[in-house]
Design a protein around this ligand. Structure first.
Ligand SMILES: [Zn+2]
Length: 245
């Protein structure tokens, strides 16, 4: 499911479900994941139960829309959202190195009845992937906030600033409390943990895992994009083949 689709897989022109007309109902569109060839169709057009969206039955297993929910920006209060505010909220939160349940964070967000807030990194990820990368959240472009498949053409050499990065485990160094991750097979990320407790927990939870998300203030030097990790909530895993392990 997605809130937007490609008109054609070649020129990647985007169409938003909310802008579709009755003429689009039986047309074939294309999944906006760059590595997915699924054809999608407009559903829930004019429904008063669900907002219009695109649905297809043959998403590839690694497609970002394979498990996608349909978080809507209008259900969120983003008036105070900024990357630095979010990093502040997360790094000041209580560290939970004993907690094994990664799902808690998003459940909490989604249980809030009135307005939802982007106060976890999963909330940011699952909201951001629903929109084209040029879309803005409270004035911040998604392409500046999230480094994932759909922004891989922008981040080819380094990552700098406060960003959420979707990456894969690479290797670790116990002596320096560091775990190395790979983004898009081109950028090596260095996550330096503030304490050996944080490092050990992460080493256990993310060893050889794919689809790890890290939200941090990145800097680049010596061929790496490096960030300090002071709170375990800066890391998580998103739905994918390896998430159930
Ligand atoms: Zn897909």
């Amino acid at each position: 499911m997605s809130k937007y689709a490609y008109l054609s897989k070649i020129d990647k022109q985007i169409i938003l479900a909310k802008n579709c007309t009755a003429n689009d109902i039986n047309k074939v569109f294309y999944c906006p994941d760059p590595n997915c060839n699924c054809e999608v169709k407009l559903v829930s057009y004019n429904s008063n139960k669900r907002k219009a969206h695109f649905r297809g039955n043959n998403h590839s297993e690694n497609c970002i829309f394979y498990h996608s929910n349909l978080n809507d920006i209008n259900e969120f209060d983003v008036t105070n959202f900024s990357p630095s505010n979010l990093l502040d909220i997360i790094t000041k939160a209580k560290n939970r190195t004993n907690d094994n349940n990664f799902k808690t964070d998003t459940d909490k967000v989604n249980d809030q009845s009135d307005k939802k807030y982007i106060n976890t990194i999963k909330a940011l990820y699952y909201l951001a992937i629903n929109y084209p990368v040029s879309y803005e959240i409270n004035g911040y472009k998604i392409s500046d906030l999230v480094c994932y498949k759909n922004t891989a053409h922008i981040y080819t050499k380094f990552i700098r600033g406060i960003k959420l990065v979707v990456c894969d485990f690479y290797y670790y160094n116990t002596d320096s409390n560091t775990i190395y991750f790979r983004y898009n097979n081109s950028i090596i990320l260095k996550a330096v943990f503030d304490t050996s407790e944080l490092f050990k927990k992460a080493q256990k939870d993310f060893y050889e895992k794919e689809n790890v998300i890290i939200f941090a203030n990145w800097d680049s030097s010596g061929g790496y994009s490096t960030a300090n990790i002071s709170n375990y909530k800066q890391l998580n895993i998103i739905s994918g083949r390896d998430s159930s392990n």
